[in-house]
Design a protein around this ligand. Structure first.
Ligand SMILES: [Cu+2]
Length: 184
């Protein structure tokens, strides 16, 4: 399934759910209250419901193309493949393919602007592989799970230092589960 098809299916599904919700809301309409104030509050609530539905659908349509899940299954080969393993309480970059990549167990150097594919797994419990910029704004993330390998594709936008932090509480030294990626 292409990303476009999946996006269209999701949007159509959301529209159907919205229509069903609207139909239920209309068919179970309460008896019209006699009190004028209550009637006005009901009207405002109905308008609010419709506006909220339209805003949520618009947000879904605008943000859906940016969802990372289908990009990870794209047929386009990445420039560089990196295997990442999380353990209590460290990250390790293991297997690498591609040129101009320097790897040490705790330190990865990759070229900026290239499509990097991280194959992320865990050696023990669930961790979260989160990539942050040097201001600690989250850029992208994926779960590191025992028994599964999750793919995360990312293009580091500019040269610099990127921080890797564990995003899932994994024990008393969870806060020490940090490393860096250097993009050059
Ligand atoms: Cu953790």
């Amino acid at each position: 399934m292409t990303a476009l098809n999946a996006g269209i299916f999701t949007l159509v599904g959301a529209l159907l759910v919205a229509l069903i919700a609207l139909a239920i809301a209309l068919s179970s309409r309460p008896e019209q209250p006699k009190d004028g104030v209550t009637a006005r509050v009901y009207r405002v609530r109905r308008a609010y419901f419709v506006v909220l539905g339209v805003v949520l659908l618009a947000c879904l349509g605008l943000t859906l193309p940016r969802a990372p899940y289908l990009a990870a299954r794209s047929a386009v080969p990445p420039d560089i493949r990196v295997a990442v393993t999380g353990w209590m309480w460290t990250w390790r970059f293991d297997a690498i393919s591609g040129d101009r990549v320097l790897v040490e167990p705790q330190n990865l150097t990759i070229p900026a602007g290239k499509l990097i594919e991280f194959s992320v797994r865990s050696g023990d419990v669930n961790h979260g592989f989160g990539i942050y910029d040097d201001q600690d704004h989250l850029l992208t993330q994926v779960q590191a799970m025992p028994g599964y390998t999750n793919q995360l594709r990312y293009r580091f936008p500019a040269p610099g230092v990127y921080h890797i932090l564990c995003m899932e509480y994994c024990g008393y030294a969870h806060h020490l589960m940090m490393t860096t990626i250097h993009a050059e």
